[in-house]
Ligand binder design. Structure first.
Ligand SMILES: NC(=O)c1ccc[n+]([C@@H]2O[C@H](COP(=O)([O-])OP(=O)(O)OC[C@H]3O[C@@H](n4cnc5c(N)ncnc54)[C@H](O)[C@@H]3O)[C@@H](O)[C@H]2O)c1
Length: 377
């Protein structure tokens, strides 16, 4: 271990604390070139700042993100706040010349994403956006299968991220259900990056989209005995086409808050003329590989803890959410240090802007009930 990456977190809620957990067990990474240390935290809520007091390396606790950004002890900032604050916070991080791991979406809309991407380019800072599921062993094996070329001519692609808890009409509202905080793109901003990261990285960029968007419950309990308005898109199905080796291939992207029975289910399926590959977090140890030889067969492979960045965890054990989140941070740190080599990396600013181009086209498609072309130039 040599270089130390000193991290500050802005937004110590669900994801801010998940990041703290990743830094807290950084030592499980084997022969990793970078140390990581959480040194500063900013949140508006006293009780969350108090939670971080049990992390011994944190020296700065503040409610003012500018105070965190002024600290010369912070090299990298992770921002995990409501979407309406993303652009301002990301630009402030870049103005302070800190490197950034931005939570998705990369700004509340396309214009914001372009401004952040341009500012990132000018600043020279290292900037990536969050998306952790591709770092699961099953996802990595699907990527390998595609890159091997053994699937033959691609027939279709499906990539999805689905939740079910919003099926309960009594689930209280939060900022993610309101457009002014979550953005016009709604569930696409919330879950969409998870569905597009692998396809984009494999070079599958939608040529056009036909979108089906749904709003389901217009109101939810406000947690204070009343009701609050919910006006974001809850479910989105994006029917797209991508060009692969000169052929157009259907790619369906799904992001849903009301998907019966799906608790944080991330899945990817790629079918070709000679083979196929499928992985879902619903069966986190299982990789399905299809092969067409004399007979056609789906092979079920039991996976272990085989991660891109090796850890002390035995290869026969299972992998879970905290593991892929740690792997994502390892990819961020390795790439920042110029040592990603051929491994899979975090979402780039250009990929994040492309996701917003797609989501903006999806809004247009749904409003006009028509297919919308995307210019990827
Ligand atoms: N990568 C993932 O799997 C994943 C999962 C959930 C959420 N997210 C993303 O993470 C981000 C945060 O979501 P969350 O679920 O952690 O939300 P959350 O509501 O649990 O946490 C947000 C935190 O931001 C704090 N905050 C608000 N305004 C602030 C300000 N001005 N300065 C400092 N702190 C402020 C709040 O007090 C809160 O603690 C969002 O962008 C969301 O889309 C990512």
């Amino acid at each position: 271990m040599n270089e130390t990456m000193r991290v500050g977190i802005i937004g110590g809620g669900l994801m801010g604390r998940e990041a703290a957990s990743a830094f807290g067990r950084w030592f499980v990474l084997e022969n990793f070139p970078v140390q990581a240390q959480l040194v500063a935290v900013c949140d508006l809520q006293e009780k969350l700042l108090d939670w971080f007091r049990k992390v011994p390396t944190v020296r700065l606790f503040t409610k003012d993100h500018q105070e965190l950004l002024r600290s010369s002890e912070v090299d990298v900032v992770y921002v995990a706040v409501p979407h309406n604050l993303h652009e301002r916070m990301y630009l402030d991080v870049l103005d302070a010349r800190k490197d950034l791991l931005a939570e998705k979406p990369f700004g509340i809309d396309l214009k914001a994403a372009c401004r952040v991407r341009d500012a990132a380019g000018k600043s020279g800072c290292f900037v990536r956006c969050s998306s952790e599921f591709p770092f699961l062993p099953g996802a990595q094996r699907v990527i390998q299968a595609v890159r091997s070329g053994r699937l033959g001519r691609t027939l279709e692609i499906r990539s999805a991220f689905c939740h079910a808890s919003d099926l309960d009409p009594d689930k209280p509202v939060n900022w993610k259900r309101q457009t002014k905080f979550c953005g016009e793109i709604g569930v696409m901003g919330d879950l969409g990056m998870h569905a597009v990261h692998v396809p984009f990285r494999l070079g599958w960029k939608p040529l056009r989209v036909y979108a089906q968007l749904q709003k389901v419950y217009p109101e939810r309990p406000d947690g204070k005995g009343g009701l609050a308005m919910c006006d974001t898109w809850d479910n989105a199905m994006l029917h797209t086409e991508v060009a692969i080796n000169g052929e157009e291939v259907p790619m369906r992207l799904e992001m849903k808050r009301l998907a019966p029975g799906e608790t944080n289910t991330w899945l990817i399926e790629v079918l070709g003329t000679n083979g196929g590959a499928r992985f879902s977090t619903k069966e986190p140890k299982t990789l399905w590989l299809f092969e067409r030889s004399k007979e056609q067969s789906w092979q079920r492979i039991d996976l272990g803890h085989q991660t891109a960045f090796p850890t002390i965890t035995g290869p026969i054990f299972e992998t879970g959410f905290p593991d892929c989140f740690l792997q994502m941070w390892a990819a961020f740190a390795a790439e920042r240090a110029g040592q990603l080599d051929n491994r899979f990396g975090c979402v780039t600013p250009d990929e994040a802007v492309l996701s917003h181009l797609l989501f903006a086209a999806a809004l247009e498609s749904h409003a006009g009930k028509r297919v919308v072309s995307l210019s990827n130039s």
